[in-house]
Design a protein around this ligand. Sequence first.
Ligand SMILES: O=C(O)c1ccccc1N[C@@H]1O[C@H](COP(=O)(O)O)[C@@H](O)[C@H]1O
Length: 216
Amino acid sequence: MSIEVKICGLSEPATLEAALGAGADLVGLVSFPKSPRHVSPEKAAELAALARGRARVALLLVDASDDLVGELVSATLPDVLQLHGDESPERAAELRRIFGREVWKAIPLGAEADLAAAELYWDAADRVLFDARPPQGAELPGGNGLAFDWELLANLDPARPFVLSGGLTPENVGEAVRVARAKTVDVSSGVETVPGVKDPERIAAFVRAARAAGPF
Ligand SMILES: O=C(O)c1ccccc1N[C@@H]1O[C@H](COP(=O)(O)O)[C@@H](O)[C@H]1O
């Protein structure tokens, strides 16, 4: 099985098409007004409709209320809810139960001790997405284009359903996959020219480089 690739933070039909054309397995839409990749429910619905049947759709949320999740789920019919806030294991499980979608929980990694947080989510969520710990005072809890030390995952049970994220690029994804033994990778900033503007050539290069890295 080849490496599964998710391209996140798509906000325009043209770059969404570029991700689909490059063969992305999943595309991600961000609902977080502080993000340069934020899309309204209407825009998210338009983009999700373009992707349907061609790639799975992930909806990225940060401590969203049931009302907002409900509105976005109705509008986009996502396959995955990617939680990037302070959602507890109980909240992750609750969202999965209420909305009947796969739930991925982002866990920030800066040191080995941070792996303990992931242990709390293996049952509550379908997958744990490892991202870099955001810098102090950062506006965004993710999408900062920062990588963490992939060696931190080297001792993780490879059967654990995790997603490798944070600061990946077409240039480093091959090494990241090999070191972390990742089966799924996720990128946003690394395929942009400036924050929020995706680059079709870098998207294609990322998918090629990720596929070339596996399976192992
Ligand atoms: O992309 C954002 O703006 C964002 C906002 C809030 C939470 C998470 C966000 N991005 C996600 O973070 C990871 C890593 O991104 P990057 O490749 O380091 O830029 C990825 O899932 C983004 O979609």
